[in-house]
Design a protein around this ligand. Structure first.
Ligand code: GLV
Length: 366
């Protein structure tokens, strides 16, 4: 019940145990096609340019940055937690000019702030993280694609810990590129980064003057393995078992339906906060509208040993809780409500862990 990996659905784990197909054999291409159909549903896009990057969310982040930007171009990073800081670090390594737009941990960017940055810096790309797992904030994205396009920028979004748990509409929101992770709400093990490019983003990629600086993440080559350009060529060995897992995970998303997923995560987040509030615990994110439902940040009260409480939860209930990360280290607990783990029974177990854990430290009566 930390920020992930969440438990994978047993159906997904069973899918991984199937015999290995050749990564260039037509039956395997059919599986890749089915994965892309599932991704289009989960991303809410009709774009042909979807794939799985062979790696974690970091690989997806690096793939998007190196393909969308050429050395000397500018990226504005909406930096409100560890993911913005990492994107800035990566972009700098590729020779991109980085404008690090900082925001206090626990807050989100307003449209006016982003518009001012677009006007001032005229970037090729604006980066935002929808669900920041280090702070537990949810960045609203509606209207931002249009805004970016009006200023000649592409909109790149990280949805690693939010995709499937909160609404996301790639086409309706004018998102140009997005990457996610397999091990959070999607309910698969770590190892696949779902990725999406819009027509605009693809045009930028195809018209580059220089090759993307990473061979491993070159989407001209990876796209040609996933059939983006009407053919299939060998770039690297597709992660066969991991792709089986993702096909099953996406199948499950389709069975539950996105609306059902979003509603379930929201309801459980609300139920958990009712219980936490009754114990006197407070959210780190002050504005309720900015609170991420998939990763919840809970302030550590004065005098409470957060690490001891986590150990208590693990030793007593087999429940994994997490501490803060980056700007929230030592200040919060992070509790994930994600995918297969998003059940009323698990939320109840988290509440019991906090109640009994606080009592064990003499911080809660009765
Ligand atoms: C990793 O994604 C984390 O938020 O800890």
């Amino acid at each position: 019940m930390g920020p992930g990996p969440a438990n994978a659905n047993p159906r997904v784990l069973a899918a991984q145990a199937m015999p290995l197909l050749g990564h260039m054999h037509p039956p395997f291409f059919k599986i890749m096609d089915e994965i892309q159909a599932g991704l289009r549903y989960v991303f809410q896009t009709s774009s042909e340019y979807t794939c799985l990057i062979s790696g974690t969310g970091h690989a997806g982040m690096e793939a998007c940055i190196t393909n969308l930007l050429e050395p000397g171009e500018t990226i504005v990073i909406g930096d409100k937690g560890i993911w913005g800081a990492r994107a800035a670090d990566m972009a700098g390594r590729f020779g991109v000019n980085v404008v690090d737009l900082k925001k206090e941990a626990g807050k989100t960017f307003t449209i006016a702030e982003l518009e001012a940055a677009l006007k001032e810096h005229k970037p090729a790309v604006l980066f935002l993280c929808q669900g920041d797992s280090s702070t537990g904030v949810h960045q609203n994205l509606a209207g931002l694609g249009e805004l970016c396009h009006a200023h000649g920028a592409l909109l790149l979004v990280d949805t690693v810990c939010s995709l499937g748990g909160v609404p996301f509409f790639a086409d309706a929101w004018g998102i140009d590129a997005m990457y996610s992770g397999s091990q959070k709400v999607l309910g698969a093990p770590p190892g696949a980064a779902p990725l999406f490019f819009s027509e605009r983003a693809l045009k930028k990629l195809r018209e580059r003057k220089t090759k993307p600086m990473s061979y491993n993440w070159d989407l001209n080559l990876i796209g040609d393995y996933w059939g983006w350009f009407g053919s299939r060529s060998y770039h690297h060995t597709g992660m066969v078992s991991m792709w089986y897992a993702m096909r099953e995970a996406l199948q499950i998303m389709g069975e539950v339906g996105l609306e059902g997923m979003w509603a379930r995560h929201k309801r459980l987040h609300e139920d958990m906060w009712k219980g936490l509030t009754a114990m006197g615990l407070e959210p780190f994110v002050a504005n309720p509208a900015d609170r991420l439902v998939t990763v919840n940040t809970i302030k550590v009260p004065e005098g409470v040993d957060w690490l001891a409480l986590n150990k208590f939860a693990m030793d007593t209930y087999n429940v994994e809780l997490a501490g803060g990360l980056g700007p929230t280290l030592g200040r919060v607990w992070r509790v994930g409500i994600m995918g297969y783990n998003a059940t009323p029974a698990n939320v109840e177990l988290v509440l019991t862990s906090f109640r009994e854990g606080l009592k064990a430290q003499g911080k809660l009566k009765a």
